[in-house]
Every structure is written in structure tokens, then in C-alpha cells.
Design a protein around this ligand. Structure first.
Ligand code: FAD
Length: 408
């Protein structure tokens, strides 16, 4: 593994970094202020569209798509340091059209969409004109095990009929969200991993009802939102089926393919931002006759943060490198490891930054509180830690099983 970024990546790093400093960080407050107080999901901050237009004009657009004519053609290891920079701000990824869940959904459409799907949905997503959601999780079943998903997708003539209740469909609160990728069972009697399908459902189809949006530690994440959606006898053309009946798990593997570690990359950016906020503050704040920076305990937090961020970044890059060189399947343990490590490291760094800032740290005057709440969800939303650890432990145990069998 080569630790040096290519010239192309260095150029993009410099461009994105400048863009973040010049336009993104200074406009975070404006973005929040432009979200309507009365109906927080009805308007979209105009500043976002202005920033998107600027990023697009500078060629900083759709950088996440690895092997596509529509993206920047970057490998995972090339995209990682760029995604990290975008992750320093909660509004950063959308500015560059590199935000979840659209990135994963666009990857699905690139890989599995028909020409018609691409024209109708991929094109406007790539242009940043609409947004999308991924509707898998259900309130009534343990959704960390996707074989439990119960919604039904049943063929009826030239159509499929969809019934079920989903929640945590992120992004569906936004009026610009026009299309959902819905997961559901089309054959409960098929082999366990062949029961589920994924289908495209335009959100304006009769029978689709957004019941409410859910809060994250009190944050509504408007205008994005995490929606509970009822699908009640929703009929879509049979051609909306992705890849084919019973192939939902196959798509899930692909969906979580290149995009699998984007959250980890962004999370490292959030940790770096928290550390910089901490370092700036402790050098100017004086308590008990000296700056906070002179306190041994604060220096320990800073050292720990730097060490842990570096470790987290290296593991992310290793996972990205393996995805690029030996494929997602062979990289699955590294992917699982970084999905646990990155948010836990970032949460510790942010927590120390909050502590070092005193009461200001929990307020709305810095990005720290919102960032902690956001990243805490990744320990669930990107697959619960325990599920990843189960996979890591199983891989580890397998090694010894082989040895034991060899010995016998
Ligand atoms: C902010 C946010 C955004 C989200 N966005 C989306 C989205 O866009 N689309 C979507 O479909 N879903 C989304 N989700 C849902 C997320 O994917 C699920 O919450 C997650 O898969 C876990 O499912 P669950 O909530 O049903 O928990 P459950 O499956 O009920 O699991 C609960 C807990 O059980 C434990 N557990 C589970 N399995 C094991 C095991 N094998 N060993 C030990 N312990 C275990 C874990 O601690 C786990 O947290 C989002 C969630 C959040 C919080």
C-alpha cells in the first residue's frame, strides 16, 4: 500500500479544502437560519443551491462515483481523503452532490438500473435536481437482520403492489425527495436470501403516505428528515423492479459496495473538525491561572485524539485500498472493522472537545453537539456495532477452525 496521494488527489484536496474554507464553513449558519421555523420540511435553504452551483462549476461534483462516466473516476482510496474533507461540515457532502443516501442510491441505479430508470431517476439525481431515499427498516421487526423485512411486493399483471410500514427512510422529509428504493418480500417461501426484492417507488404514487419524521436526540435534521412511511396498496409498473424478483440481497451487497465506507471517511473529517475546535479554544481559555492547554489532562485528550484519528484514517485507507485491489468481498472484515472504529473514535474526540469547551460545547454555538448526535446514530444506522463485531469475530474464529482441522 502506497501512503502517498497521487497528484490528482492532492490537487482535488487543495481545491475542496479551499472551497470548504471559502464557502461552506462561513455559510453553515445561513443554512440553518434559512430553514423555516414554522414548517421545517417545506422549504429548502437557497444557500445550498447557490453552493451546489459553485461546486459544480468548479468540477467538484459527483466525486464519489468510481468507475462511471458520470463521476470523477476516482478509486476508493482516492476518494477517501476528499470525502473526509467534505465531512468536516454537516452541509458539506450535499454541496458536492456526495451526500447519503443519494450516493448509495445512485450507485444502485448505475449498476442495476435500466436505461429508463437511468433517464428518469439517475439523471436528475446526478444533476442534484432531486433527492432520494432508501426504505428498508421497519418498526415491527429487527431490521439489523434484513431477512426479517416483512413489507410485501407482489406482482399483479403489469404492476407490483407494495404494502408495509417503513421508518428511518432518511431524506424522505425533503420535498425534493422524489424516489424511494423500497425493500420487501415477494416470496416468503423462497430460500432465505432470495425472498427480498428492491423496487423503485416514486413518492407521489397513490398510497404512499409520509406519516411523520423522527428526531435524533431532539434534532429533526430538517429539511432532510428521517421519515416513517406507509405504503398502502401502492401500485407501480412491473418495470420498476430492480434487477429481478428475489435479488434484493444481491443489490444490498452492491448498494453497500463502493459507498460502504463513505460514512467512515466523513466521520474522520468530523473528528478533525472537533479536534481543531478543541485546540483553538484551550489555548485562549484561562482557568486557575493558566490556559487550559497547559493542563496535562487536556494535553492527554489532544494526544489521544491525534493518535486515534490517525489509526482510524489508516484503517479506512486500508479498507479502501483492499476494496480497490481485491474487491469488496475480500475487504469485508476491514470494512466491518472501520465501521465500528471510525464512529467510536470520532465520538470520543467530540466528547472531549465538548468537555474542553465547557457549557458552550453542548450549545448550538459550535457544531460539536449536533455532530455528536449525528455520529452517534452511525453506530446503529450503518449497521449496529454488535453486528459488525459478530462478523469480525466469525472471520477471526474461522482461521483457527482451519488450523484445528489441519491438525486433526
Ligand atoms: C439516523 C438514522 C438514519 C437511518 N437511515 C436509514 C435509511 O435511510 N434507510 C433505512 O432503511 N434504515 C435507516 N436507518 C435504520 C437502521 O439501518 C437500523 O436502525 C439498523 O439497521 C438497526 O435496525 P433496528 O433499529 O431495527 O435494530 P434491531 O435490529 O432491533 O437491533 C437492536 C439492537 O440489537 C443488537 N443486536 C442486533 N443484532 C445483534 C447481534 N447479532 N449480536 C448482538 N447484538 C445484536 C444491537 O445492539 C442493535 O442495535 C437509520 C437509522 C438511524 C438511527
Amino acid at each position: 500500500m502506497n501512503f502517498e496521494y497521487s497528484d490528482k488527489v492532492k490537487r482535488l484536496q487543495a481545491k475542496i479544502s479551499d472551497f470548504m474554507d471559502q464557502y461552506v464553513f462561513p455559510n453553515e449558519k445561513t443554512y440553518m437560519e434559512q430553514i423555516s421555523k414554522e414548517n421545517r420540511f417545506s422549504t429548502h435553504p437557497t444557500i445550498m443551491e447557490e453552493l451546489k452551483a459553485k461546486a459544480k462549476a468548479e468540477g467538484l461534483w459527483n466525486l464519489f462515483l468510481p468507475d462511471s462516466e458520470d463521476g470523477a473516476g476516482l478509486s476508493n482510496i482516492e476518494y477517501a481523503p476528499l470525502c473526509e474533507l467534505m465531512g468536516r461540515s454537516s452541509i458539506g457532502p450535499e454541496v458536492f452532490n456526495c451526500a447519503a443516501p443519494d450516493t448509495g442510491n445512485m450507485e444502485v441505479l448505475v449498476r442495476y438500473g435500466t436505461d429508463e430508470h437511468k433517464e428518469k431517476w439517475l439523471k436528475p439525481l446526478l444533476n442534484g435536481e432531486i433527492r432520494s431515499c432508501f426504505s428498508m427498516t421497519e418498526p415491527n421487526v429487527a431490521s439489523s437482520d434484513a431477512t426479517n423485512i416483512e413489507s410485501s411486493i407482489i406482482r399483479d399483471g403489469d404492476e407490483y403492489v407494495i404494502n408495509g410500514t417503513k421508518w428511518w427512510s432518511s431524506g424522505a422529509g425533503d420535498p425534493r425527495c422524489k424516489i424511494a428504493i423500497v425493500m420487501g418480500k415477494n416470496d416468503p417461501n423462497a430460500e432465505k436470501h432470495k425472498q427480498q426484492s428492491m423496487i423503485l417507488v416514486p413518492l407521489d404514487t397513490p398510497g404512499v403516505k409520509i406519516k411523520r419524521t423522527l428526531n435524533v436526540f431532539g434534532y429533526d435534521h430538517a429539511p432532510h428528515g428521517h421519515a416513517e412511511i406507509e405504503y398502502n396498496n401502492v401500485r407501480v409498473p412491473a418495470s420498476n423492479m430492480l434487477l429481478g424478483e428475489g435479488r434484493g440481497f444481491e443489490i444490498a451487497q452492491g448498494r453497500l459496495g463502493p459507498g460502504r465506507i463513505h460514512h467512515c471517511m466523513r466521520t474522520i473529517g468530523a473528528a478533525e473538525r472537533a479536534l481543531s475546535i478543541l485546540c483553538e479554544r484551550v489555548q485562549e481559555r484561562i482557568a486557575f491561572g493558566k490556559t487550559l492547554a497547559e493542563q496535562g489532562v487536556i494535553q492527554e485528550w489532544i494526544a489521544e485524539a491525534r493518535m486515534n484519528i490517525e489509526q482510524s484514517r489508516l484503517l479506512t485507507l486500508k479498507a479502501a485500498y483492499m476494496m480497490d485491489t481485491v474487491g469488496n468481498k475480500a475487504a469485508k472484515t476491514e470494512i466491518a472493522m472501520i465501521k465500528v472504529v471510525a464512529p467510536n473514535v470520532a465520538l470520543q474526540v467530540i466528547d472531549h472537545a465538548i468537555q474542553a469547551l465547557g457549557a458552550k460545547g453542548v450549545s448550538q454555538d459550535t457544531p460539536l453537539a449536533a455532530s455528536w448526535a449525528n455520529i452517534r446514530t452511525l453506530r446503529l444506522a450503518d449497521g449496529p456495532d454488535e453486528v459488525h463485531k459478530r462478523a469480525i469475530a466469525r472471520q477471526e474464529l474461522k482461521k483457527y477452525k482451519k488450523v484445528a482441522q489441519g491438525v486433526q
